[in-house]
Design a protein around this ligand. Structure first.
Ligand code: NCD
Ligand code: ZN
Length: 347
């Protein structure tokens, strides 16, 4: 039985850090275990220019604990007004590592996103030319489409046509939640990848809705039925380099989660690595954890694998995390998997 695992320091290829007091509160949780993270740009207002990304990066660096070993990988929020030349300049200067496409209205702070993908084609063409990845929130926003079908419909009606039109564009399907997402990711070559969150490997829609509504399990894309969770677990532990970790850790204060119109997002920055060790062990795939958390994402983003390491160890007593993280913005509930976890990160 393996009870100790040493892996290269992991990367979180999809992370929400927010700003101000929330940023200061949540950043140490990620920086403790992760060496790098792709930072989502959906602030209010969003990060839409190279100058905006530089300024946000500086705020993150200023909020980092002194001894931290963490590099934020910045992104730009794509709008129908995005300037292809600014994107190219930001990439050439090493300021950004990706551009994020939110269909307008799909999720938290996405109203300024893209309504019609054809309007951003000049930017996407430039990105294809320079090899800059596009991270996509894969959900249609059509109110006629059932919320549990929005990912599958997006793949058929938006993503696949876009990739046929621009086959050289490098695309990351963010936080896939369905077997259709897994299957579609497998149809691509080297220029298509998919991130998978920690929580989508653990919960299905029953966890959100059965036996009382659980707002802290509500996120977007919403967790689907069990067969989809099983497909995600198979993909994450398959050892295929196209699937890698993006936690989508998305903090909201409790008052906005436990609300008549609660915000979407699960906060997993604190306990992601022990939870993943638990899941990978359950599937007899501990030897594949390092690929998923520390190698495949780096390879896709053309970054070196970290030379630092993270040690996970398993003990006989369950690891206890606080129920909440106190941030200057208010309390944030830490994702509770609902079962005991015996793994921990060795300090
Ligand atoms: C994210 C957030 O709160 O910013 N919420 C979420 O449920 N995942 C936005 C997103 O990534 O969809
Ligand atoms: Zn997200």
């Amino acid at each position: 039985m393996t009870d100790r695992l040493t892996i290269p320091r992991p990367d979180d290829m999809h992370l929400h850090l927010r700003d101000g007091a929330m940023l200061a509160g949540v950043l140490p949780e990620t920086a403790r275990h992760f060496g790098r993270a792709i930072i989502m740009p959906n602030l209010v207002p969003p990060v839409v220019t190279m100058a905006g990304a530089q300024a946000y990066r500086a705020r993150i660096m200023a909020a980092l604990p002194k001894d931290a070993d963490f590099t934020p990988l910045m992104t730009l929020y794509l709008t129908e007004g995005t300037d292809a030349a600014d994107v190219a300049a930001a990439h050439a200067a090493g300021v950004i590592h990706a551009v994020k496409l939110y269909p307008a209205g799909a999720t938290t702070n996405s109203h300024g996103g893209v309504r019609d993908v054809t309007r951003v084609l000049p930017v996407l063409e430039k990105m294809a030319e320079i090899g800059l990845p596009l991270c996509i929130h894969n959900e249609v926003t059509d109110p006629e489409v059932d919320i549990f079908d929005r990912e599958a419909v997006f793949i058929d009606t938006v993503l696949d046509p876009l990739r046929r039109r621009l086959p050289s564009l490098r695309v990351v399907m963010e936080h896939i939640t369905t077997s259709q997402g897994v299957d579609y990711a497998r149809t691509g070559g080297d220029n298509l990848a998919a991130t998978i969150t920690t929580h989508h490997l653990i919960i299905n829609r029953n966890h959100i809705l059965s036996g009382g509504i659980k707002p802290h399990y509500y996120c977007l894309p919403v967790a689907k039925r069990e067969s989809h969770r099983l497909a995600l677990r198979q993909a994450a532990t398959s050892g295929e380099a196209r699937f890698f970790l993006g936690t989508d850790s998305a903090p909201h204060i409790d008052a906005l989660k436990e609300h008549s119109c609660g915000c979407a997002g699960c906060f997993t920055a604190t306990n992601t690595m022990p939870l993943l060790a638990h899941v990978f062990e359950e599937l007899d795939a501990l030897d594949r954890l390092a690929g998923f958390t520390s190698r495949f994402g780096a390879a896709f983003y053309r970054l070196p694998v970290s030379e630092k390491t993270l040690i996970l160890s398993k003990s006989d007593t369950a690891t206890i995390w606080p129920e909440k993280l106190d941030t200057g913005a208010g309390p944030v509930t830490i994702f509770n998997p609902g079962f005991p976890v015996f793994w921990q990160v060795t300090p």
